[in-house]
Design a protein around this ligand. Structure first.
Ligand code: 5GP
Length: 189
């Protein structure tokens, strides 16, 4: 997605050889028009696949998962990051390390919203080592739903997450691939 590459170059900042700060377009502020176009890209890839629900993890995956769900005309379900007192006891929970925060969090999805009949498109913002995505994939598998594929806005190809998921024979599409952040330079694949 050429437009997204230009926005990353203009508004992203390289924090280290591993981390790209994207608060201006993904993680703190979002441009609704850009997010709508991202959702359309994902929706176009899955329009004929019979998606019944789009699933993401709060919080940064929500805007693009929302526009994808809107384009496909299906509900969006977002996994919660922490079990609250109001949570359904019949929830699916996985523990995942957080790449940017350096902590471990539980992600939780109520069985009420994802069932064996569902055909799921899982959308997320960025993939690094793939821990968040693996946790979500395990939850979807445990729900009995069919995982049609994973749509990621930004794939950092120099970390192992996306490839490990493809190696499990799970479809994974990304809108932009970054092959390196070495020496403060963003290189696209
Ligand atoms: P993973 O579980 O794949 O290692 O990391 C995925 C999550 O960590 C993403 O949902 C994203 O929020 C965050 N993350 C990973 N790498 C980066 C990065 O380079 N920049 C930002 N802003 N977030 C990242």
């Amino acid at each position: 997605m050429e437009e997204l590459k230009q926005r990353i170059l203009a508004e992203g900042s390289v924090m280290s050889n591993d981390v790209l700060k994207l608060d201006a377009i993904l993680n703190h502020q979002v441009d609704p028009q850009l997010i709508m176009r991202m959702g359309k890209e994902f929706a176009d890839l899955y329009r004929t696949e019979g998606v019944t629900k789009v699933v993401t993890v709060e919080s940064s995956g929500i805007p693009v998962a929302f526009t994808t769900a809107f384009e496909l005309g299906v509900p969006l379900v977002f996994a919660r990051r922490k079990k609250t007192l109001l949570a359904d006891p019949d929830s699916l929970i996985e523990r995942v390390p957080s790449f940017t925060k350096g902590i471990v969090t539980d992600i939780m999805l109520s069985r009420q919203f994802v069932t064996e009949q569902d055909r799921i498109l899982f959308i997320d913002d960025i993939i690094a080592n793939g821990d968040a995505a693996r946790g979500m994939i395990r939850i979807i598998e445990r729900s009995g739903a069919t995982l049609l594929g994973v749509g990621i806005v930004i794939e950092k190809c120099f970390q192992s997450g996306a490839q490990a998921i493809r190696d499990q024979n799970i479809r994974l599409d990304s809108l932009v691939k970054i092959t390196s952040l070495q020496d403060g330079q963003i290189t696209f694949g």
